[in-house]
Write a protein that binds this ligand. Sequence first.
Ligand code: FES
Length: 130
Amino acid sequence: MAPVRQSRRRFLGALIVAGGALLGVGRFLMPRIKGRQLLLTVPLGDLPHGGALVYRESRVAVIREGDDLYALSLVCTHLGCTVTVTPTELVCPCHGSVYDRQGELLTGPATRPLHRYRVERQGELLVVIA
Ligand code: FES
C-alpha cells in the first residue's frame, strides 16, 4: 500500500506545480488590468472610423469618433432596457429616451447619461474595463 500512496502524493505534487506554472504563463498572455474586471477586448482593426461595434450580450457599444475611442453601456439609465445604436444616436425602445453618440442624454424620461466604461489601448487591442 505504501508505494501507491507515495505515487499518488507525487502525482498530486506534480499537478500542483504544473497548475502553478500554467497560471504564471497565463498571467502574461492575458491583458493586464490590475484588480479590475475585463469586459471585452476589441481588435482595433475591426472598429470602423466613425462607426461602432455593438456587443449585445455584454450590452456595450465600442465607438470610434475621429481619434476618440470609447465604450458606452447600452443599459438605459431609466429602467434598464437595452438601447439601440443608430448612426446618429442611441435610442431606448422601451420609453423613448434618446442619447447622443457620446452617451449624453437628449430626451427623457431617463435623467442621466449612459455609463462610459474605461478603455485602455494595448497594442492593437482596445480593452474595455468595468
Ligand atoms: S427604460 Fe429606457 S426609456 Fe425607459
